[in-house]
Design a binder for this molecule. Structure first.
Ligand code: ATP
Length: 390
């Protein structure tokens, strides 16, 4: 079942505040039988979009089609959707079997047939042996599978998942996301998956849409969006560790960071932000891009070099720490360690650093000077003012 969102807009009005445009003119086609990830930072309008698809929220403007059918005026219960939320919302006093069968109650389905169906779905999601347990006797992952089974039992046309893995610990998240992928493939049901976790969306989605402030930034297959970000926002949002950003300029067809020449460009002269993925650096014999390595971290075959550099524009985490009230990122912890080691009194915020992931065989040590060339397909150059690709 293909889902089309046409000029979909949602404006919330409240007496105390100005209007909030949660979703702004969204135009997307969610292909039939695919797993589609709605991705973006907190507050970008993901849940609002999902709730409009489900019918729980009415759009301010625009239309929603399931196949050819305009479902915009259709109430949620008649849309043929299965919904799964972050908190599993199972009925605590009912067994797994009763929970899964609950949506069938209003349908005039023969009890025996209903039981058979519930067992089939429970087997599909891997909890067929737990039918007589109550939710409190299940692990978080099992509870979430039960919620998915309940959403699937009515054979919905569309499955909508809103941050379904957020309440699970790291290991279960990984396992359950693979499970969701498998269930989606086996049932072939068009699925929309909402998450703020880019890695999660990238790993299981056939296609993703990246949203910011209710506006589509880019749509495509995860790898394509990662390899060819349309703008600075998308480049920053996708990738762990994040893309390195440098203040730079284009001068006579050359991309420059300070005095270092790092590549060619056909764009006209301008101030730019140069994004280089950590895996985009190559150690070479001759280059004007010469740096001193501060900190080295080796995991398996890869060495991450952390380098102080005056032209790094934004370091590390995508979220603005001031705004999010969260200043502890992985980078921070490393730098606390680094600061202690160097006996430096500098605060973390003063550090202008970037990271390069290179082959461990180079045996780079802290204090070494290395020369880099930059792999052109791992470098993205954006206009400094607009953030658009140049
Ligand atoms: P999160 O990942 O934090 O759940 P989200 O991307 O799902 O975020 P939405 O819940 O869709 O974001 O919210 C989008 C914007 O709309 C936010 O700015 C939010 O504050 C606002 N918003 C959501 N619901 C309402 C409401 N009922 N009234 C007013 N504003 C709302």
């Amino acid at each position: 079942m293909e889902i089309t969102l046409q000029n979909l807009t949602k404006v919330f009005q409240s007496k105390k505040e100005d209007e909030v445009v949660a979703v702004d003119n969204l135009d997307i086609v969610i292909p039939s039988g695919k797993l589609y990830g709605l991705l973006g930072p907190s507050g970008c309008g993901k849940s609002t979009t999902l709730f409009m698809i489900s019918g729980l929220l009415k759009p301010t403007e625009g239309k929603i089609y399931f196949g050819e059918e305009d479902v915009t005026p259709v109430p949620p219960e008649d849309r043929g959707i299965g919904l799964v939320f972050q908190n599993y919302a199972l009925y605590p006093h009912m067994t797994v079997k009763q929970n899964i069968m609950f949506p069938l109650e209003n349908l005039k389905i023969d009890k025996k047939e209903g039981l058979k169906k519930a067992q089939e779905i429970a087997d599909l999601v891997g909890i067929g042996h737990l039918m007589d347990r109550k939710p409190a006797q299940l692990s978080g992952g099992q509870q979430q599978r039960c919620a998915i089974a309940r959403a699937l039992v009515k054979e919905p046309r569309v499955l909508l998942l809103d941050e379904p893995l957020s309440n699970l610990d790291a290991r279960l998240r990984l396992q359950t996301r693979e499970e969701i992928r498998r269930i989606q493939r086996e049932t072939g049901i068009t699925t929309v998956f909402v998450t703020h976790d880019q890695e999660e969306a990238m790993s299981i989605s056939d296609e993703i849409v990246v949203l910011d402030e209710g506006v589509t930034q880019q749509v495509g297959q995860p790898q394509d969006v990662y390899d060819k970000p349309n703008n600075l926002f998308v480049a920053k949002f996708l990738g762990t560790p994040p893309i390195n950003l440098f203040d730079g300029r284009i001068e006579n067809g050359k991309i420059m960071i300070g005095d270092a020449y790092i590549g060619k460009s056909e764009a006209e002269d301008q101030e730019v932000t140069v994004g280089i993925r950590p895996e985009g650096f190559k150690i070479v014999e001759r280059s004007s891009f010469q740096v001193e390595v501060e900190f080295v971290e080796t995991i398996g075959r890869d060495t991450t070099l952390i380098i102080n550099h005056p032209n790094v524009e934004v370091q590390g985490s995508f979220e603005d720490p001031e705004e999010e009230g969260d200043v502890t990122t992985v980078e921070d912890t490393e730098f606390e360690a680094l600061n202690l080691e160097m006996g430096s009194g500098k605060s973390i915020q003063d550090q202008k650093t970037f990271r390069a992931i290179v082959d461990a065989d180079y045996g780079v040590q802290p204090g070494d000077t290395v020369k880099f060339s930059v792999k052109p397909h791992k470098m993205h150059v954006f206009n400094k003012e607009t953030g658009e690709l140049v």
